[in-house]
Design a protein around this ligand. Structure first.
Ligand SMILES: *Cc1c(COP(=O)(O)O)cnc(C)c1O
Length: 413
């Protein structure tokens, strides 16, 4: 397939099957991003640390352009952007790095029960090393209660990590309020903004954020590259690095830079910034059409998470009497998931939905819809139709006497 194959095929036939509606797991590479990356995989192959020849200078120029593009997207200074291998590394570097550098100031971390595993498991690791971590619960709507939050802060708290937007239910936390409360108390504030970037305004100054994680492949860039924003205060915010080596990235992230990937992240950031005035409204309209269509076609559907404080491209539904696994097996031609992307630990039912207080059967039946840049109205209509048909047929099956059930739900569709 040529670089534009996926998209030109889509324009010709309107729909690529299966319809991709799992954009919280990953996004397709935008062809404009690929185009920006290609020279850095071919003629501009130099090591940006080589300062004695053109090959090195070209690579270095690509990196510094990308640093500016990423910085502009979140209203930071270019020197405050550290490139990493992705948001898992950014989250680990922020949390372990800040905890390690601030052990003399205190030993407490405050985070949310519905954070991504990259945050939760980094915190668990630190608990094993003697730090004390508070995992704050959320309301039934999936939101942090600010009074609970204030009560959790002590004079031993050195770091707060609260995600801007959740990757399963799309709920948006009150980041600016949290940032102000942290700043007043001299506590470092990290936010995992992976899902928020490109969908809501993200501004490290307005939000009073000290550390912020970004992933390229969630914003139509390549996999395996990300960034951590690290505030340059006076004195500068220090992090203990995860990797020792050549001292790249201001000593915070050693290792030869992934030049093409970083150039891709830069280009993806610039496109997000250009499209932020229009794209969220378009996504919201498609998402609401999806929601209204499914709710009109089916009874006993529960919406998980607040509809007001929510990403414009997210919908998370539970269908009473239908478990997610059978649903996804029976659903043809639409790529969706239950909760987060499959992980080897096999979270089932989702810890995020359990944190909302959902009974286990509803938590086990939740389906995540994530709309994206290349989804069309036709695809939304198609998805409504497929979801309604599939849930109806599964519900019919489950009311039949056991002997007349077909062996697998797929046989019905
Ligand atoms: C995808 C995701 C991550 C991990 O990002 P990678 O770049 O894949 O390591 C972290 N946090 C959130 C909220 C995510 O959605």
């Amino acid at each position: 397939m040529t670089s534009r194959g996926y998209f030109s095929a889509k324009i010709k036939d309107q729909m690529n099957l299966p319809v991709y509606m799992d954009h919280h797991a990953t996004t397709p590479l935008d062809p404009r991003v690929l185009e920006a990356m290609l020279p850095y995989l071919t003629e501009k192959f130099g090591n940006p640390a080589s300062c004695t020849h053109r090959y090195g200078w070209d690579a270095q120029a690509g990196i510094e352009k990308a640093r500016k593009q990423v910085a502009r997207l979140v209203n930071a200074k270019p020197e405050e952007i550290i490139f990493t291998s992705g948001a898992t590394e950014s989250d680990n570097l922020a949390i372990k790095g800040a905890a390690g550098a601030n052990r003399q100031r205190g030993n407490r971390i405050v985070t949310l029960a519905i954070e991504h595993h990259a945050v939760l498991d980094a915190c668990r690791r630190l608990e094993g090393e003697g730090l004390s971590v508070t995992y704050l619960p959320v309301t039934r709507d999936g939101l942090l209660n600010l009074d609970d939050f204030k009560r959790a802060l002590t004079d031993q708290t050195i770091l707060v990590s609260v995600m801007a937007a959740n990757n399963e239910i799309g709920t948006l936390q009150p980041i600016s309020e949290i940032g102000k409360l942290c700043r007043e108390r001299g506590i470092l504030f990290h936010t995992d903004a992976v899902q928020a970037i490109g969908k809501i305004e993200v501004d490290v100054e307005r939000m009073c954020v000290d550390l912020l994680s970004i992933s390229a492949h969630k914003i139509y860039g390549p996999k395996g590259v990300g960034a951590l924003y690290v505030r340059q205060n006076d004195p500068r915010l220090k992090l203990i690095p995860l990797l020792d080596g050549g001292g790249h990235e201001r000593g915070m992230r050693s290792g030869t830079l992934n030049v093409a990937g970083i150039v891709g992240l830069g280009q993806a950031s610039e496109i997000c910034q250009q499209e932020i005035s229009r794209e969220p409204d378009r996504l919201r309209a498609l998402r609401d059409r999806l929601k209204d269509g499914i709710l009109a076609g089916l009874d006993d559907v529960r919406i998980n998470g607040s509809m007001e404080q929510r990403l414009p491209n997210n919908l998370n539904l539970s269908f009473a009497g239908v478990d997610a696994e059978s649903f996804l097996m029976a659903l043809n031609n639409v790529a969706l998931s239950s909760g987060s992307a499959c992980n080897s630990a096999g979270d089932s039912p989702s810890y995020v939905l359990q944190a909302l207080g959902l009974p286990e059967d509803l938590a086990a039946g939740s389906i995540r819809f994530g709309l994206g840049r290349f989804n069309t109205e036709e695809e939304v209509e198609f998805t409504v139709h497929r979801v309604v048909e599939t849930v109806k047929s599964l519900r019919e099956l489950s009311t039949l006497p056991a002997t007349t059930k077909s062996p697998t739900p797929q046989d019905k569709t």
